[in-house]
Unconditional design. Structure first.
Length: 216
């Protein structure tokens, strides 16, 4: 049975969030292809995972018999997150840009699931799993734009998901999401609308394409 790991990290709820709206469209399309599939959902804004601690970090490099009770408890929480990643056939992540980077809650999740010798290293345990990242942003940081050099979301996640975890990464990028609310960006509204429309189309198409690769 197919399993989707769906993670949202926007601080805004429902349709007030561009990333949540697009991940919801992807999930809907994916579930239509796999009506009996399993969805593991984490809302990191509503229920953030613990930031990595010294106990959680050091436990990953200690033998189980040598861990302190504090290390064992902290590591158990990490293992739960890691197992969710490992059992997923598809990973869907909403990653809005906040101050040129990802939300701290998403960084905390990444810090927990990155474990050398298991999810990272020569043979990452989730290697090859498709991961779709909806990287929404208020402006545009595409090549050739004035703020191209401020793009730290896709560059960073490319290094983590592809270079470290070995996942099969694809981005959906709804941009200029502030245009309808910022009078100074009013002339960019048509570009925003086109980007939003394309994001929903991509979400639906990518969900179907990935779902077709998986067993029913």
């Amino acid at each position: 049975m197919a399993t989707l790991l769906h993670i949202d990290s926007s601080v805004f709820p429902g349709e007030a969030s561009s990333s949540r709206s697009v991940t919801a469209a992807f999930r809907k399309s994916w579930e239509e292809q796999h009506p009996r599939g399993t969805v593991i959902y984490r809302d990191l804004a509503a229920n953030p995972v613990p930031h990595i601690t010294a106990d959680a970090w050091s436990a990953g490099y200690a033998a189980p018999s040598e861990r302190t009770p504090e290390q064992s408890a902290a590591f158990a929480a990490r293992v739960k997150l890691i197992e969710e990643l490992e059992q997923a056939d598809t990973v869907l992540i909403g990653a809005p840009m906040y101050n040129y980077s990802i939300p701290s809650t998403l960084k905390a999740w990444l810090d927990n699931v990155l474990l050398l010798g298991r999810t990272a290293g020569e043979t990452p345990s989730a290697q090859g799993t498709p991961v779709i990242v909806v990287a929404s942003r208020g402006g545009s940081y595409a090549p050739g734009t004035p703020r191209e050099n401020y793009e730290f979301v896709q560059n960073y996640l490319e290094a983590v998901f592809t270079g470290t975890l070995g996942l099969d990464l694809d981005f959906i990028v709804p941009e200029l999401t502030m245009a309808p609310r910022n009078p100074a960006m009013s002339e960019l509204v048509p570009l925003y609308e086109a980007s939003r429309r394309r994001a929903f189309e991509d979400a639906t198409a990518k969900a179907k394409e990935i779902a077709e690769r998986l067993p029913a």
